[in-house]
Design a protein around this ligand. Structure first.
Ligand SMILES: C[S@@+](CC[C@H](N)C(=O)[O-])C[C@H]1O[C@@H](n2cnc3c(N)ncnc32)[C@H](O)[C@@H]1O
Length: 578
């Protein structure tokens, strides 16, 4: 890095020899990584060439936040992903697969490894790994290549891929696990000459983003006709189903545990008997004991069988009892409750035109949404705002903010609290939510600088230094119209902040690589898309649009720039300027 700093200084000073040195130092690494990612020398050369062009163009903008090598890898990853280079992959080299084998080694399950070892040499396994590498979903493959082959640290890989370190580890873990399972299936085919289970084939197709099965693959109808039950897979699926059912039941129990105050009486950390919990909450002892046993069995509450007492650890209290903790999630279960309470209305929408307005849901959706997002806004929103160039200073002096689709106003309270000199206008077309938002502002003592308006996102007046959309643009019937209206109501240097549910670009990738996607797609199908379909235009963008699609919406609405300022496992945070 020290040498690179010197090289950079010389390059910026126009020293031609420095460029030759830079290329000499980094070209080989870049090529190696590019071949690994594309699986083809020809495509890699293309990508690296483009990378050098971007590197030279961007040298003056490089601020040294990461090492030069990491910065260049990041550009390379973008170059590899842009265009259709990946469509023409060929086999990667064996040497690199051998290194993945080492990286995967600690996680190999000994049973199948032994079996593999009996039959094939390590070299042959390496060759098979090479062939399987391109079958990993894009982000997982990039993480494996950059970490296990190129030897980048977790931090550097995260930086290259533009994801958090935690998420990079998830990608790496999944990539290795996927490779292991592909290798295992591959072994089954080699050994017994049997056919790869049909379910696996279809999942590979989905993961590769290939919506059109190749001619050698069976069609969906053929699969259905020839499908036989694999008992092991069925058993795994049943385990998964039990997990989902348990999760659903536990969410219900958390919901009523919060409502009835069970967690709060246990929050002090003192062990309590079922009778004590029942007495303290005025509830039926027999039912309370049953509930407590369910919580202990679900590992949410600790149980001491010797003394027959229950206790909430500090971590459990943070998630389940303490409203102001950044981990508090218990009350968000209201939103899950609304799925079941509104099932009839949602099914009516499915059978009809798809429309179900936000305001027609059970009110527990509104409070569940408030509590789902509130903790995150309180702990992270000031940081997101500070990441937007120049905005923090403007709002500290004063300025004006509009929070469009503000719901119960959790974000309005944080904005008004963070910027006491600014004014905040909360806007929502759902009158009942605005009523609660007004109350929340009073309770928080920020009603002197906040005001509220029942209005559609395309109908408010005034000019604002900041216009925010918190988890709501995708809910709107006309997100482009709402974004355009916001652009027309920005001050000269005004900015739009868009907070949307986290999603990866590309539906197939998102389904496989985004651990939140099952929850978000499900919520979207029951709440977000139906609300959008109930409004004018009815775009039904969906809660899993992803950065690329959201940027396209902003561009269509006339914004000149749209960039990601932050991300969490829950949210993508974008900044757009007119
Ligand atoms: C998922 S909630 C998010 C609420 C709040 N921003 C939060 O993060 O807690 C979506 C909100 O968007 C509002 N909304 C939907 N369509 C709207 C529209 N066309 N104009 C104004 N508000 C709208 C709904 O009423 C609802 O309060």
């Amino acid at each position: 890095m020290g040498d690179d700093v010197d090289l950079l200084a010389r390059l910026r000073a126009g020293d031609g020899a420095a460029l030759t040195q830079l290329v000499g130092r980094h070209h080989r690494w870049l090529m190696h990584a590019a071949v690994s990612m594309t699986g083809s020398r020809e495509l890699a050369e293309d990508a690296v060439q483009d990378t050098w062009v971007s590197v030279l163009r961007g040298l003056t903008a490089f601020r040294g936040d990461s090492s030069l090598r990491t910065w260049m890898f990041r550009i390379l990853v973008n170059e590899v992903h842009s265009g259709q280079r990946r469509e023409r992959r060929s086999e990667p080299t064996i040497a690199r697969s051998a290194r993945i084998q080492v990286a995967m080694g600690d996680g190999l399950d000994s049973g199948w490894e032994d079996a593999v070892d009996e039959r094939i040499s390590a070299n042959a396994t390496a060759r098979r790994l090479s062939a399987l590498l391109p079958r990993l979903p894009g982000a997982q493959r990039d993480a494996v290549v950059l970490h296990d082959i190129e030897g980048l640290t977790n931090d550097a890989v995260a930086s290259c891929l533009g994801v958090s370190v935690g998420y990079e580890r998830v990608l790496l873990h999944r990539g290795r696990a996927r490779l292991r399972s592909l290798l295992r299936d591959d072994s089954t085919m080699t050994r017994g000459g049997s056919v790869t289970p049909l379910r696996d084939r279809s999942s590979v197709l989905v993961e590769e983003g290939n919506a059109h099965p190749s001619t050698t693959e069976p069609t969906m109808t053929e699969r259905t006709q020839t499908q036989t039950i694999d008992e092991t897979k069925l058993e795994q699926l049943m385990h998964q189903m039990v997990g989902y059912m348990t999760g659903g039941a536990i969410c219900f129990a958390i919901w009523i545990g919060d409502e009835l105050g069970f967690y709060r009486v246990l929050a002090g950390g003192e062990p309590m008997t079922a009778q004590q919990v029942a007495t303290a909450t005025g509830c039926n002892e027999r039912l309370v004991r049953e509930w407590l046993d369910g919580q202990a069995a679900g590992h949410l509450i600790d149980y001491d069988p010797l003394h027959d007492v229950y206790r909430l650890s500090a971590e459990e209290a943070a998630a389940l009892a303490e409203e102001d903790s950044p981990a508090f999630v218990a009350r968000a279960m209201n939103a899950l409750g609304s799925f079941f309470l509104d099932a009839d209305k949602v099914m009516e929408a499915y059978r009809g035109d798809g429309a179900l307005a936000w305001g027609d849901h059970h009110p527990c959706l509104f409070s569940g949404t408030e509590w789902l997002f509130r903790a995150g806004y309180r702990s992270m929103l000031p940081g997101w705002l500070a990441a937007i160039d120049g905005l923090d200073a403007t709002l500290r002096r004063g300025g004006s903010i509009a929070d469009v689709g503000c719901g119960h106003g959790a974000s309005v309270v944080v904005l008004a609290d963070t910027y006491p000199n600014a004014t905040v206008t909360g806007i929502d077309n759902h009158a009942a939510s605005i009523e609660v938002a007004r109350r929340r502002a009073e309770e928080a003592g920020v009603d002197d600088r906040s005001s509220f308006l029942v209005a559609d996102s395309r109908s408010y007046d005034g000019n604002f230094d900041l216009i925010c959309f918190f988890d709501c643009l995708h809910d709107m019937g006309d997100p482009v119209g709402a974004a355009r209206h916001a652009r027309e109501h920005l001050t000269e240097d005004g900015v739009v902040m868009l907070v949307e549910p986290f999603a990866l670009d590309g539906r197939a990738t998102n389904m496989v690589d985004n651990p939140m996607s099952a929850l978000f797609y499900t919520a979207s199908s029951a709440i977000c898309a139906p609300n959008s379909l109930s409004q004018d235009v009815g775009l039904a963008l969906g809660a899993q649009a992803g950065e690329e699609r959201l940027s396209a919406v902003m561009s269509e609405a006339g914004y000149s720039t749209c960039r990601r300022v932050a991300e969490t496992p829950m949210n993508l945070i974008l900044e757009a300027r007119a």
